[in-house]
Design a protein around this ligand. Structure first.
Ligand SMILES: [Fe+2]
Ligand SMILES: [Fe+2]
Length: 174
């Protein structure tokens, strides 16, 4: 990972990362020892790198990537506490919940809405309407697969400590 590339990503992500509710995701675990916050950073970063190369909308891919799992609950705990029939389980419903939350706190365009709403296709019936949505869907699947395989011992992607360190520095004012 090039430092200049990570800095560019951070600059483009800042508007979402700076929103006070975005940090809520740090308390929810996704896969293994990674939080939803960490997972979303990696999805947005890797999808953005490909979007740049393909000439797709970088802004939509970053915003959609950062907000694709913005459902704001611990799905492991919820699943145990409140067992549901298959089609009502987290995997089938969280894209809609993420979209609802994201729309409440952020101004989204159609493409960003579509990226969030279709990121679990084909578990969700609605197919992606944009190349940007197909991209985030594919990168999310790949990143999730890697997180499962790597387990607790896997090294985090370097964009995670990079963003965390930079944000800490910024908020310390240095
Ligand atoms: Fe998801
Ligand atoms: Fe995800």
């Amino acid at each position: 990972m090039k430092k200049t590339e990570a800095e560019r990503f951070l600059a483009l992500s800042e508007e979402v990362l700076e929103h006070p509710v975005y940090d809520w995701q740090q308390q929810y675990y996704h896969h293994q020892s990674l939080t939803i916050y960490d997972h979303s950073l990696v999805v947005a970063f890797l999808a953005w790198r490909i979007a740049k190369t393909l000439g797709l909308s970088q802004k939509a891919v970053i915003r959609g990537g950062l907000l694709h799992d913005f459902f704001l609950y611990d799905w492991h705990v919820e699943g145990r506490r409140n067992p549901k029939p298959l089609l009502k389980k987290h995997g089938f419903t969280h894209a809609d919940e993420a979209l609802l939350n994201a729309e409440f706190f952020f101004e989204l365009n159609d493409m960003e809405r579509d990226i969030i709403a279709t990121h679990m296709f084909p578990l969700n019936i609605r197919p992606p309407a944009y190349l940007e949505s197909i991209l985030v869907n594919a990168v999310d699947t790949w990143v999730t697969f890697r997180e499962f395989i790597a387990g607790k011992s896997g090294a985090p992607h370097p964009i995670i400590p990079f963003v965390r360190e930079n944000r800490k520095k910024k908020h310390r004012g240095g």
